[in-house]
Design a protein around this ligand. Structure first.
Ligand code: UD1
Ligand code: UDP
Length: 377
């Protein structure tokens, strides 16, 4: 006699959750002896739907909690209550979520309260201060205490977990699932851009700790780059948060050299990255994807939980200081040898097989037959 099918609850809330969980969800869904229930917290709405659409994933339940001006407390409370009920009704064998968003933190907490094992995708990223990135650093540290399985994208992330006392048998170096996704996405041709022959700088900025003056500094740095390099144009897909959009429109909206565009779908954004000469970003995911596409990236943050790109030479931490941004971009736009050297650096974040490794270990944990995949090196 066989028992009931094992059930996994995959929880996503934001755009990066969906992008990085999509390869895992698709791989889980391909397992004939597992049931996978996809839960969208609804922390993001349009930006989540865009990703689901791109990957052909659908939510089995969507709590649809998003509202303008949502606070961290509102998100935490509303998702926790809805997820607790969903876990009680679904009775899964495991809950899986990725990264460091409020949805992921709540998924870990809800699983803990119901005494369900929690698997953490993209585990072990750390900065030196719990204050930054805010509130993501606290989120991932807390789920690190809860997880039964830690899927560390790199050896460095695994080492962080081991230093904190995680049980070595629970930590697996898998590569980042963002690289599974980007390698799948960039099989196609170059992106269509609003500008043709010029050198394109692709910019994204949305981080809470950069709201206000730091983002205005970033914009001033961009204008100085454009003044100094007449062949350069900027494409800036705007995050949907009104706080971010209003500031960007205010600072850059009237500049004909800057295309402020709506956030493109994932495949299109991937093409834009491929087409770009240089990328400036405070995004976590874009920091991983840029090196996989051979694009130098300037990181618009004061610290990063992704030191591997900096060590490999693809990324440079420039912060939000106007002068520092201008100086670093100028160097890359003028020094062809340096540019080529950076563009050829190794991609340290993954090899496209992370989801396979993750699902193999979930199967092992659930006492199902599994393939012993070699760790990512
Ligand atoms: C969240 C995550 C952050 C992640 C980012 C990815 C937390 C605390 N923050 O930040 O880690 O890097 O997502 O993008 O989990 N909005 C829309 N439509 C959407 C999505 C957002 O209109 O599809 C607007 C809403 O007005 C919403 C606001 O953006 O209130 C902020 O969304 P929220 O998820 O709270 O913060 P993010 O800055 O997106
Ligand atoms: N991305 C996208 N469209 C955009 C901007 C980003 O599809 O307009 C993708 C990008 O390729 C990456 C992810 O969204 O995979 C990063 O999300 P975001 O920057 O919002 O969050 P973070 O990674 O900083 O948490």
């Amino acid at each position: 006699m066989y028992g009931p099918m094992k059930k996994v609850l995959a929880v996503v809330g934001t755009r990066p959750d969906a992008i990085k969980m999509a390869p895992v969800i698709l791989e889980l869904k391909a397992q004939a002896d597992l049931t996978t229930v996809v839960i969208a917290s609804g922390q993001h709405r349009e930006m989540l739907q865009q990703v689901f659409h791109a990957f052909g994933v659908a939510a089995d339940r969507n709590f649809d909690v998003m509202k303008d001006g949502q606070t961290l407390a509102y998100l935490t409370a509303s998702i926790l209550d809805a997820l607790d009920q969903a876990i009680a009704e679904e009775i899964p064998d495991m809950v899986v979520a990725q990264g460091d968003t409020t949805t992921t933190f709540v998924a870990g907490l809800a699983a803990f309260y119901r005494r369900m094992p929690f698997a953490h995708v993209e585990a072990g990223l750390r900065t030196e201060t719990v204050e930054s990135p805010f509130p993501e650093e606290l989120n991932r540290r807390i789920v690190g205490q809860i997880a039964a399985l830690h899927f560390a994208p790199t050896q460095n992330a695994a080492d962080n977990l081991l230093k904190e006392g995680a049980c070595p048998e629970s930590v697996f170096v898998t590569g980042n699932t963002s690289i599974d996704a980007i390698l799948q996405a960039t099989g196609g041709g170059d992106g269509q851009t609003p500008f043709s022959s010029e050198r394109i700088i692709l910019v994204t900025t949305h981080r809470r700790e950069n709201w206000g003056e730091p983002q205005r500094e970033i914009c001033r740095g961009i204008k100085r780059i454009l003044d100094a390099f007449p062949d350069v144009r900027v494409i800036l897909p705007m995050h949907r948060n009104p706080v971010v959009r209003e500031m960007l429109q205010d600072e850059l909206g009237k500049d004909g050299r800057v295309a402020l565009i709506e956030p493109p779908e994932y495949w299109e954004f991937a093409s834009l990255m491929k087409r770009a000469h240089l990328i400036l970003t405070d995004s976590g995911g874009v920091q991983e994807e840029a090196p996989a596409l051979g694009k130098p990236v300037l990181v618009l943050r004061n610290e990063t939980e992704r030191p591997e790109g900096i060590e490999a030479g693809n990324a440079k931490l420039v912060g939000t200081d106007e002068d520092a941004i201008f100086a670093a971009a100028s160097l890359l736009l003028s020094d062809e040898d340096l540019y080529c050297k950076i563009a050829q650096s190794r991609n340290p974040y993954g090899d496209g097989l992370a989801a396979k490794r993750i699902v193999a270990q979930i199967r092992r944990y659930l006492e199902l037959p599994f393939d012993d995949e070699a760790p990512f090196k």
